[in-house]
Write a protein that binds this ligand. Structure first.
Ligand SMILES: Nc1ncnc2c1ncn2[C@@H]1O[C@H](COP(=O)(O)OP(=O)(O)OP(=O)(O)O)[C@@H](O)[C@H]1O
Length: 840
């Protein structure tokens, strides 16, 4: 390709078409290749036995312009998997013009005419402009001086800037417009103008304003930026307008935008107000980032890390605006009942206000679902004027969920605490750690252990997330935890928290909550007004007792939501009177309007200004037949059934115990998914029964004194699919068996709880409040409980206490007497405890 001493490019060139950037002679640019045509060029020409770097010339033509730049590929990287994608590093050699297109498929091949002399770029000693004293000489000198000035403004300690400084003197002047235009920050359009300028003079004229603009920009920046003199130059280089990574004949990337980005990032790092240690790490990472090509996978990792570091609220906080009186009003307005909890929360807030140190216990609200634990947490944040963030811990079984992954892992992320801080953007939010009792454990470590550090006021000022790898001060964060039960909270974690029990609600409390909060909320959420929907106080108890069975109010809220949706359809359909009809008191009554001028659900026509009233008929229409009937009285119609009270993390529940007997060999069958403790209770009850059968005149099928002789017993605890455990069913099992063997019915309005011993004593049990509330909900009238649980009754609401008859028992004799109408066999009371007489 050398003819007559001049280097020539081939007359036929494949055209690599791209819209990514502009290759100017003398510059090196990276292009990604993924279009089928360009990939064919690579496949057919580069990989088919040709030497990549030296033998092949590629032409590059931006946007199918008439003028293009011939270049050589100095590097190809990429792969064929999952689909072909390559990145080419191309150094521009000289301009050419397209004379004609020879073929278009599988790639474009063109007949070209070389426009620049190639030796200019390869042999620096010949310099056309140096000898030219005319306008061109002047222009070239001016251009050179401007380039020197620009370099003077850049930081020479950056290797690429230093290299460019060296190259500037050794380059022929006429190559400068191309080289400099490819380096400085210009648009592709401007670069194309330089490419199109065929005469040298014109090229200088086009490139000079760009260079001057660049210098002016930098000057302006220097003026406005008042940083330390040390940083100044470095910052200027990054900030803006010139990126030194672009230089002649260097295989650096086209990083204009990226340079700008890094500069912005550096500014953010300095502005993030982070502690010394964090700043040091960030600056170190930033330095690494600058040296990394963008295509390196680590670039994105480092970039993400730095983005997170600058986003974290190292020293951003909200100002607490605590006024205890206002807090009391707000808590009262947001939540009905739960007085004990609200009182403790206010005490807690008051202490925080008086004490400047923020170390205090972590509050943990424990109670069944839907009793308002989360929403009290939200109210606390509001009273303090702080941001609120909920962290759901249910099912978390990997400690990196809390503490983050080390950055060496692919896809590593910070933990939920740091993520939460990023989301709220301040370092003193209220964090609600929801469901701490449902933390799991796995091979990936124990998340509870990680939480210990987070919650410990002595340690959490230096909490280190593995991803951040630098301490973040969590001491300003107010942590509140919630749980359904304390039984599954790891002891070490429980020890750091102050447990506040949030029991379930009584029916009356639920009615109040429904009318004060749930109904107005649901109306608003469904775009309805009280003028369109009215749920009378007389209907709510029905929704509560016949359609829900829960300790909290979540299902109740859902049912109200369902009513609102149904009414919304009616309202939207245009629930109006036909023009000829009017509503009279008579037809209102007839339609179930209870004598008022209010239309009920079944009204076919009513004036729109009157609300739809949800009466019992409407309730059935909308929610379907009642889900829960008064099953207590129904199911106690046979001997061998008794009603117990159980405690579950979902609140108290009534629990039936059924027994039946059949001919057999004295075997006991237990069904209903019982735990070991409950099975033991059943065995205890049977033993006590056999030991006392005579006293209570309990007989078996064959009439023997041992009730189990020739008899098999089956004890069943519905619902069979729910696992049950605990000792508190002891009294119920005994009562149930006593009923079976005596053939007498247990009173259908009695429910009981209590652990038993072989001697027939009744021992105290837990969860009394929830159990009694469940009994009250189910319509029970009498509750039998251990004597030593009497003190727990004080916690019950007055109306519940007034409505129930409490029998406190110390032994099984008292339990049986209270369970059957007319007491249990008279013999028991006279002979149960014979007096011991001393023979001395
Ligand atoms: N005492 C109350 N006064 C007013 N609204 C209440 C009360 N208790 C509960 N609610 C309402 O009941 C709904 C459920 O409450 P929340 O989500 O706080 O329950 P939770 O106890 O946190 O349940 P979980 O344990 O399932 O998270 C919310 O809409 C809340 O406003």
């Amino acid at each position: 390709m050398v003819s007559g001493g001049a280097i020539q490019i081939p007359s036929r060139l494949p055209l690599l078409l791209t819209h990514e950037g502009v290759l100017l002679p003398g510059s090196t640019v990276r292009f990604s290749v993924d279009s089928p045509r360009n990939i064919t060029i690579i496949g057919e020409l580069l990989f088919n036995g040709h030497l990549i770097c030296h033998t092949l010339s590629f032409s590059l033509c931006v946007c199918l312009c008439r003028i293009g730049t011939a270049g050589i590929a100095v590097q190809v990287v990429g792969s064929n998997w999952p689909k072909p994608h390559y990145t080419l590093l191309i150094t521009g050699l000289c301009r050419f013009s397209v004379s004609s297109l020879l073929k278009e498929r599988p790639f474009v091949l063109a007949e070209v005419k070389q426009l620049d002399q190639l030796e200019r770029y390869t042999t620096p000693q010949r310099d056309a402009t140096a000898t030219d004293d005319g306008e061109l000489g002047e222009l070239s000198e001016k251009f050179y001086q401007a380039a020197v000035q620009l370099l003077g403004m850049l930081d020479m300690s950056v290797p690429v800037v230093a290299k460019f400084r060296r190259l500037l003197d050794s380059l022929p002047r006429e190559t400068l417009p191309d080289v400099v235009a490819s380096m400085i920050r210009t648009s592709n359009k401007e670069k194309l103008q330089v490419l199109d300028a065929l005469s040298l003079e014109e090229r200088f004229k086009k490139a000079l304003p760009m260079l001057t603009r660049q210098i002016e920009g930098l000057k302006l920046l220097q003026k406005t930026r008042k940083t330390s003199p040390d940083n100044e130059k470095r910052v200027l280089v990054r900030k803006g307008t010139v990126f030194p990574g672009r230089q002649f004949n260097l295989d650096e990337e086209d990083e204009d935008d990226d340079g700008d980005d890094t500069a912005a990032l550096e500014r953010k790092v300095h502005g993030a107000n982070m502690p010394e240690a964090a700043l040091k790490i960030c600056l170190k990472e930033l330095k690494r980032l600058k040296k990394m090509p963008q295509s390196m996978p680590e670039y994105a990792l480092t970039r993400n890390y730095l983005d997170l570091m600058v986003e974290l609220p190292w020293s951003k906080s909200t100002k607490d605006c605590l006024d205890i009186r206002a807090a009391r009003t707000l808590l009262d307005n947001d939540h009905y009942a739960m007085n004990k909890l609200k009182r403790r929360v206010l005490e807690y807030l008051a202490v925080r206000q008086l004490k400047t140190s923020l170390k205090g216990p972590i509050l943990c609200f424990v109670g069944p679902p839907g009793v308002g634990k989360t929403s009290v947490g939200r109210s606390i944040a509001r009273t303090l004027g702080r941001e609120f963030h909920r962290i759901a811990l249910g099912g978390v079984c990997d400690q990196s969920d809390i503490r983050g992954h080390r950055r060496t892992y692919v896809g590593s992320m910070p933990g939920r605490i740091i993520n939460g801080l990023k989301t709220v953007g301040v370092n003193n939010p209220v964090f609600l750690l929801d469901e701490v009792d449902k933390l799991g454990k796995s091979l990936q470590g124990d998340p509870a252990a990680a939480l210990l550090e987070v919650l410990d006021p002595e340690q959490n000022h230096g909490f280190t997330d593995h991803y951040l790898n630098v301490a973040f001060d969590l001491s300003q964060v107010l942590f509140i935890a919630t749980a359904n039960t304390t039984a599954t909270i790891p002891p070490a974690l429980l020890d750091r928290m102050e447990v506040l029990e949030v029991p379930g609600y009584t029916q009356e409390e639920k009615v109040e909550i429904a009318h004060r909060h749930l109904i107005p909320n649901q109306l608003e959420q469904h775009g309805l007004t009280p003028q369109q929907l009215h749920i009378p106080q007389s209907t709510t108890p029905d929704i509560i007792s016949r359609y829900t069975r829960e300790a909290g109010v979540r299902s109740l809220e859902r049912k109200i939501g369902a009513i609102c949706r149904a009414v919304a359809v009616k309202v939207a359909e245009g629930h109006t009177l036909t023009k000829t009809e009017t509503l009279t008191p008579e037809n209102s009554k007839q339609h179930g309007g209870e004598g008022l001028n209010l239309p009920s659900w079944s009204d076919k026509a009513a004036p729109p200004e009157l609300p739809i009233v949800i009466d019992h008929i409407a309730l059935k229409d909308i929610l379907g037949p009642p889900v829960f009937e008064m099953e207590v009285s129904e199911r106690l119609t046979l001997p061998g059934v008794a009603l117990g009270l159980a405690w579950t993390p979902l609140g108290g529940e009534i629990m039936f115990v059924e027994a039946s007997r059949m001919e057999g060999e004295g075997q006991l069958t237990l069904t209903g998914q019982l735990g070991d403790v409950m099975k033991e209770s059943a065995h205890l009850a049977i033993s006590w029964l056999r030991a006392n059968a005579k006293t209570y005149q309990l007989t078996n099928m064959v009439g023997g004194s041992d009730p189990l002789e020739g008899t098999d017993i089956h004890l069943h605890f519905p619902a069979g699919a729910v696992t049950k455990d605990g000792p508190s069913a002891g009294v119920t099992i005994v009562t149930c068996l006593a009923s079976l063997f005596s053939g007498r019915l247990v009173r259908s309005d009695v429910a009981m709880t209590g652990e038993i011993t072989l001697r027939g004593l009744v021992l105290p049990v837990g969860g009394i409040k929830d159990k009694v509330l469940a009994a009250h909900r189910a319509g029970v009238k009498r509750v039998i409980l251990p004597k030593r649980n009497e003190k727990d009754l004080e916690e019950l609401p007055a109306n519940v206490r007034a409505n129930l008859d409490f029998i406190t028992a110390t032994n099984l004799d008292e339990v049986l007497n209270a369970s059957f109408d007319g007491g249990f066999p008279g013999v028991s009371s006279t002979r149960a405890h014979p007096q011991l007489t001393s023979k001395l």
